[in-house]
Design a protein around this ligand. Structure first.
Ligand SMILES: NC(=O)c1ccc[n+]([C@@H]2O[C@H](COP(=O)([O-])OP(=O)(O)OC[C@H]3O[C@@H](n4cnc5c(N)ncnc54)[C@H](OP(=O)(O)O)[C@@H]3O)[C@@H](O)[C@H]2O)c1
Length: 290
């Protein structure tokens, strides 16, 4: 049987590394998309030891730089004839607000824009694989923090916004993107889901200053292991489609089951708005066909 290939962003640590480890044990070949070559090489060695038969490739890109994402996608498109699973996992809680030269908040750029661009530039490969297998999955890490997100703040420079609300916006955008991708790829065999992994003991939130950061550290012993936190991503990447349920394409999952997300901004109108806005602001200005 042909081996499946999965790409995982942020695969060098935390939930991403635990997801990669489990998929390697299940016989997947892997592409680790990371921004730090040294950390990526260390993860690659660890994963290769876990399953010497898996082919593990390292691709370097920073999700806050769409040019590097585009180059990474081009490298993958020319190297590989298939891509069965794309796991948009990387993300972080900003310690303070920073904006890029397009006035886009940087954690929003890395979490949403970078993953949107990666998916966009890999779309033909994903569709080609699905035309052969009927089964390609996109899994995007969101969070219960989507509850505090607001669509009206997205793509706007708000200098006095708390970094916590910025993170909530990132995670709402991830959830809306997963729904948008389900609609965009409808009928092609490419399905898309978002995930809340639970509160997981990783490097996540290690940069948060003040009381918030201290509280997060104190909660450490009560939090899930990365292996437990990766379970829903692994389920959506590797379980038979009938266990996931055809009607759940586009859904938000937690603890291996679809869950009703809680935010009145989750509407078809907003899903379409975010998709079109990201294409207009990012893809159209980077020479992507659409
Ligand atoms: N841990 C939790 O409690 C929790 C709860 C809900 C949702 N999540 C979500 O789960 C996902 C994984 O987080 P984690 O808990 O495993 O945290 P983590 O251990 O900090 O891992 C985050 C990964 O994302 C990478 N990353 C960050 N910014 C990047 C960028 N600009 N370009 C490329 N890669 C970048 C990091 O790379 P470096 O190692 O180079 O920094 C790291 O590999 C995130 O999307 C997070 O929002 C986590």
């Amino acid at each position: 049987m042909t081996k499946k290939l999965a790409l995982i962003t942020g695969a060098n640590s935390g939930i991403g590394l635990a997801t990669a480890m489990s998929l390697a044990h299940r016989g997947f070949d892997l592409i680790l998309l990371v921004r730090n070559e040294k950390k990526g090489s260390e993860a690659r060695i660890e994963l290769q030891k876990a399953n010497p038969k898996s082919c593990i490739d390292l691709v370097i890109a920073s999700l806050d730089d769409v040019d590097s994402v585009k180059q990474a996608a081009e490298q993958i498109n020319t190297t590989y004839a298939r891509l069965d699973v794309l796991i948009n996992n990387a993300g972080y809680t900003p310690a303070k607000l920073e904006f890029n030269d397009q006035n886009i908040e940087k954690s929003f750029y890395a979490s949403h824009v970078g993953h949107f661009a990666l998916t966009w530039y890999l779309a033909d490969l994903l569709k080609k694989t699905a035309a052969e297998t009927g089964d390609v999955r996109i899994v995007t890490l969101s969070s219960a923090a989507h509850i505090g997100g607001k669509v009206s703040r997205m793509f706007r420079r708000i200098d006095n916004l708390s970094p916590m609300w910025a993170y909530c916006d990132d995670k709402l955008a991830n959830l809306l993107f997963a729904k948008g991708a389900a609609a965009y790829f409808e009928g092609t065999g490419v399905r898309s889901f978002s995930v809340h992994p639970g509160a997981v003991r990783t490097n996540f939130a290690s940069d948060i200053p003040g009381l918030g950061g201290t509280l997060f550290k104190l909660m450490g012993p009560l939090m899930r292991s990365p292996e437990k936190g990766a379970e829903t991503s692994i389920f959506l990447a590797a379980a038979p489609l009938k266990s996931i349920g055809e009607r759940n394409n586009g859904a938000y999952f937690a603890d291996l089951a679809p869950k009703k997300p809680r935010n009145s901004d989750i509407t078809d109108k907003n899903v379409n708005w975010l998709w079109d806005k990201t294409v207009e602001k990012i893809i159209a200005t980077n020479g992507g066909h659409y």
